[in-house]
Design a protein around this ligand. Sequence first.
Ligand SMILES: [Zn+2]
Length: 268
Amino acid sequence: MSDTEFPAPAGRRSVFARMAQLCRATIGVVLDTALPPLCASCRAPLGNPGGLCPACWSRVSFIAPPYCERLGIPFAYDAGPGILSMEAIADPPSYGRARAAVRFDDVARDLVHRLKYGDRLDLATTMGRWMARAGRELLDDADALVPVPLHWRRLWGRRFNQAAALAGVVSAAGGGPEVLTGALGRMRATPQQVGLSRGERAVNVQGAFAVTPDGRAAIRGKRLVLVDDVLTSGATVDVCARTLLRAGARNVDVLVFARVVAAVPAPI
Ligand SMILES: [Zn+2]
């Protein structure tokens, strides 16, 4: 029952509103305590919180060296330190280094979707800890973290920004660099990137971000790590990094939970 459907005197309306709020809060507590946590991928009940059952956990493909020093794309074999991928040489990104905890496959997709749309904010703890481990060298060099922002209309519908939730855990697990949540603003809601080519994605996010007036002072001369949930073509983090660098950041690295890996390339 909403207030707009049943207009009531001001006093009664506020009592109804408070009762509704109390009911929602109570139901939330009961659900939280009565239901065992479920595996974020196969929905099996879990003995412990942590997000995944042992079978799904074993299917996660963590990204580990050897990989491209710049883009973090895994290599089929180790050709020595500092080796770059063909993509990094042919089309260098505006950011310095990118690292991802896992490949974007079935289990990673389930984790991201449940975090984003399924009210499973608890998954951010597991995902953020994996990210902190994958991005250790980036975090050691970082002054602050900047989550990729959502447009306010999406934030309204989803209630929280998954990138900011992940950044909070990454910070706690990675030595506590400051999280600059409001440094970067999303000026327009970009259409979903799904189904777009690499070039179309770059055009889609062009001019979509800006450093806020408060953010400008906060990022000046700082070494930043941009945080997001998924890296597909890299168009979003590339335009965010360029925006931060133009506004005075010293350098920008990128840390995501999952990245799309087409095929494992050989180093050149
Ligand atoms: Zn499972």
